[in-house]
Design a protein around this ligand. Structure first.
Ligand SMILES: Cc1cc2nc3c(=O)[nH]c(=O)nc-3n(C[C@H](O)[C@H](O)[C@H](O)COP(=O)(O)O)c2cc1C
Length: 183
């Protein structure tokens, strides 16, 4: 059985992050040949082009984990109608030096959750723009703008109800997408 390693990037460091909760619950809906690993991005330096020739250890670690993956899953909050700086910093760090981006060609899925009704839609659109430049084939449909409503998670933090059905269909499509585009 071919195994698919998926790098999960959560755009929040908050202890009780809804996006991390969503990521943790979502990956449980995937088939066993998909192995998910959350990337640590909170210890990365602020990106500085002067460091390109000698990248810090956390940047090298991040890049090697992405390179070892067959796909990437971004689960992000929306901050001020865009992606959090934390996430952009991780993307920038792993995209350099020029010509040595770790992201290129990795199939991606994008989703996010917020208390508000638009469910990170604007952040996701901004992220899609960045991923297009980075040459990441990004699943267009189904879009997943998730509002954190009562009943989405059960008492154990598992997805429940209609939300679970929707996200099961989403991850099923993502699995097909990764298999199609994995290098
Ligand atoms: C700096 C900041 C900016 C925010 N901007 C938005 C926003 O533009 N749209 C939105 O729906 N929620 C916004 N929020 C609320 C977040 O959706 C909410 O804090 C969410 O819980 C963050 O995700 P997390 O739980 O994974 O940390 C913002 C929160 C912060 C801290």
């Amino acid at each position: 059985m071919t195994q698919y390693q998926i790098a999960v990037v959560v755009g929040s460091l908050r202890k009780d992050s809804f996006n991390r909760k969503l990521a943790n619950a979502l990956v449980k809906l995937a088939p066993p040949e998909f192995v998910f690993r959350q990337l640590q991005i909170g210890d990365l330096p602020l990106y500085n082009q002067d460091d390109d020739a000698d990248q810090a250890a956390p940047v090298k670690r991040l890049k090697s984990e992405i390179l070892a993956s067959q796909g990437v899953l971004f689960v992000t909050p929306e901050y001020n109608r865009s992606i959090p700086g934390l996430l952009k910093n991780a993307i920038d760090n792993a995209s350099r030096p020029y010509g040595q981006s770790a992201w290129a060609g990795k199939p991606a899925g994008v989703l996010g959750i917020s208390p508000g009704a638009i469910g990170t839609a604007l952040a996701q659109q901004h992220l899609r723009n960045v991923l297009a430049y980075l040459d990441m084939p990004t699943m267009g449909q189904t879009e997943a703008f998730i509002q954190n409503k009562e009943g989405l998670f059960d008492a154990n933090g598992e997805l429940a109800g209609d939300g679970r059905k929707f996200l099961q269909a989403w991850i099923d499509k993502y699995v097909v997408w990764v298999k199609k585009h994995a290098a």
